[in-house]
Design a protein around this ligand. Structure first.
Ligand code: FES
Length: 167
């Protein structure tokens, strides 16, 4: 299974584009299109029964997400985001091609639940500092930083599922 299969699921409105083979803007989705390894597919299949009502769960430093859960419907829109508070992850759609995952720990004083996404940046409402999502001058959780970029996590997709690896 290719990662692009996941994208087709997420972007049914653009399926026609693929059928016509004139463009595949949506197909390049989450990360650069690449074949998943057999072990990656096996891992997704192994955990497919574990999703709870919240649509995600953690295993060690990995977070598995079922994007078909209504809790993630906001990710169907550009700039839509979900704060998985307990998992420590902000999941953001930056455009029709891309989902990105970030630490939800504010680089200022570590608050996790006060985020808004405004003008292409995450803004923490605790003290009003905002942080980029482009990995420019990335700053760490609770490092007293009032600017810079949020720490980004790796994302891999399979069908409607996403695996986030926290570093
Ligand atoms: S804790 Fe987020 S801006 Fe201060």
């Amino acid at each position: 299974m290719k990662r692009r299969d996941f994208v087709q699921h997420l972007c049914p409105s653009l399926a026609v584009i693929q059928v016509l083979a004139t463009a595949n803007a949506c197909v390049q989705a989450v990360e650069p299109v690449a074949e998943l390894s057999a072990s990656e597919i096996q891992e997704f299949e192994r955990v497919s029964k574990k999703y709870n009502d919240e649509g995600y769960f953690q295993e060690g430093n990995q977070v598995f997400v079922n994007l078909s859960n209504p809790a993630f419907s906001k990710l169907g829109n550009n700039s839509g985001y979900v704060n998985m508070l307990d998992a420590g992850v902000l999941l953001l759609r930056t455009d029709e091609k891309t989902l990105k995952a970030f630490s939800n720990c504010c680089p200022h004083q570590g608050i996790r639940g006060a985020w808004d996404f405004v003008n292409g940046r995450f803004r923490c409402d605790n003290h009003g500092n905002s942080y980029n999502v482009n990995e420019v001058n990335t700053v760490s959780c609770s490092s007293n930083s009032i600017s810079g970029g949020l720490q980004r996590f790796n994302v891999v997709a399979y069908q409607q599922y996403v695996k986030i690896t926290k570093v």
